[in-house]
Design a protein around this ligand. Structure first.
Ligand code: MG
Ligand code: FE
Length: 169
């Protein structure tokens, strides 16, 4: 029973690690392209740095469970999923579609960390809970920011379109 809960938790941690690498691959191309929405760029840059720290936190938890790093690398290589955000580049409403996709992704992360925290508690891995809760809190902050900012981004998008300016990111 204890072994089972442990391996389920370790698998969950590796999935979260892959998810965070996917987060990097979603955020980085957006940062390269954004010109007209500096508030989005600033927040994404902050979350990029948070995401890198989240990855380190997950690696520390895995290390504390004596999990081999080579297993982690294999896992990372198989984590090549493409999120909707990437496919939206060049769409004339790219900034909006990326806003929706980012919000969806943050909520995916929120669910993943809530589930992982439950697994940590079920397996008695109390030492992992604080770090996972910090990751969760950052995802919640990001989701809330995206939700709050949607009105502003949409308004800017409409104004740009209306003025005949580039509606691009
Ligand atoms: Mg994250
Ligand atoms: Fe996130």
């Amino acid at each position: 029973m204890v072994e089972d809960r442990r391996s389920l938790f370790v698998t969950g941690l590796k999935n979260a690690h892959a998810m965070e690498n996917q987060a990097l691959s979603i955020i980085k191309p957006q940062l390269k392209r954004i010109e007209n929405y500096p508030q989005v760029a600033t927040r994404l840059e902050t979350h990029l740095q948070e995401t890198e720290a989240q990855i380190t936190r997950l690696e520390d938890i895995l290390a504390s469970l004596d999990e081999d790093n080579s297993t982690l690398k294999d896992w990372m290589l198989s984590a090549g999923g493409s999120m909707a955000a990437i496919g939206h580049s060049m769409a004339d409403d790219e900034i909006l579609k990326n806003s929706f996709a980012n919000f969806a992704f943050e909520n995916f992360e929120i669910a993943a960390y809530n589930s992982l925290i439950t697994m940590a508690e079920l397996g008695g891995f109390q030492g992992a809970v604080a770090g996972l809760q910090q990751n969760l809190a950052e995802e919640k902050d990001m989701a809330r920011w995206l939700e709050d900012n949607l009105r502003e981004v949409t308004t800017e998008f409409v104004m740009r379109r209306e003025a005949g300016e580039s509606a691009k990111v």
